[in-house]
Ligand binder design. Structure first.
Ligand SMILES: Nc1ncnc2c1ncn2[C@@H]1O[C@H](COP(=O)(O)OP(=O)(O)OP(=O)(O)O)[C@@H](O)[C@H]1O
Ligand SMILES: [Mg+2]
Length: 228
């Protein structure tokens, strides 16, 4: 394989993905190419509906592309769901646009269950990441008893807990006021620098995107910048 292990953590080539069925079917990703370099903080910007969340779901191995290839850590991602699940759990942390926290569990247990499905019983790890995200005092609160900003930080804490090499964040500052947004971006930047985790962040905010090392733009289901 020609891809160098050290340079690129993720390659997407000629991705196609349609959503919906019949008359409601939408061809969302249209021959999309993207290269994510190891250790970079990449921002993806683009108008609402252009396919950013769909792209992140496909890159996050939550669903397969209809066509095209994804190479993660120099390995071609296989087509089957069990392989994708294993790779996803091991390598990827995902911050969902709508958080996807478990409402019946408190903050600490939301993180613990995420570690458990990965077979990781890491003593004290939930407390550690909660502390890192300034949520230590809220460990026993359920998501409904937390503000949007706190839920957003919990979603990030959960994504970081298993030390993934690649963090995919869908509008992580979308629900935050400017102070909280700034703090969250600083935290992602810090994680990116100190833990050398690669971050791909979708954002509508030009200010948020400035935190990144590199910005690529998406329109009509593909990355429109050259040199990606
Ligand atoms: N389940 C679905 N069935 C059919 N079409 C869908 C479905 N989910 C999303 N779409 C369509 O796919 C396109 C891309 O959606 P996606 O959520 O990826 O956009 P986005 O760029 O993330 O938008 P936003 O910035 O608003 O979050 C949109 O036109 C949307 O209407
Ligand atoms: Mg979206």
């Amino acid at each position: 394989m020609s891809e160098s292990k050290n340079k690129n953590i993720l390659l997407a080539r000629d991705l196609h993905k349609s959503l919906g069925r019949g008359a409601a079917k939408v061809h969302v990703l249209r021959s999309l190419d993207l290269t994510v370099r190891r250790g970079e903080f990449l921002a993806i910007m683009g108008p609402s509906g252009c396919g950013k969340s769909t792209l992140l779901h496909v890159l996050g191995l939550m669903t397969g592309p209809d066509e095209g290839r994804i190479v993660l850590d120099s390995r071609e991602v296989p087509d089957d769901e069990p392989s994708r699940t294993l790779l996803r759990r091991r390598h990827i942390g995902f911050v969902f646009q709508r958080f996807n926290l478990l409402g019946v569990l408190n903050a600490a247990d939301n993180i613990r269950i995420s570690l458990r499905v990965r077979g990781l019983e890491m003593d004290g790890r939930a407390e550690q990441v909660l502390d890192q995200l300034h949520l230590a005092d809220l460990a026993r609160r359920k998501p409904a008893q937390m503000s949007m900003g706190q839920q957003q930080r919990l979603a990030v804490a959960r994504a970081l807990a298993h030390n993934p090499e690649l963090i995919l964040a869908d509008e992580p500052t979308g629900n935050l006021d400017s102070d909280n947004a700034k703090r969250l971006l600083e935290l992602l930047r810090q994680v990116n620098r100190q833990e050398t985790q690669t971050i791909v962040m979708v954002t509508h905010s030009a200010t948020a995107a400035e935190t990144a090392d590199r910005i690529v733009r998406m329109a009509d289901g593909k990355i429109v910048d050259t040199n990606v």
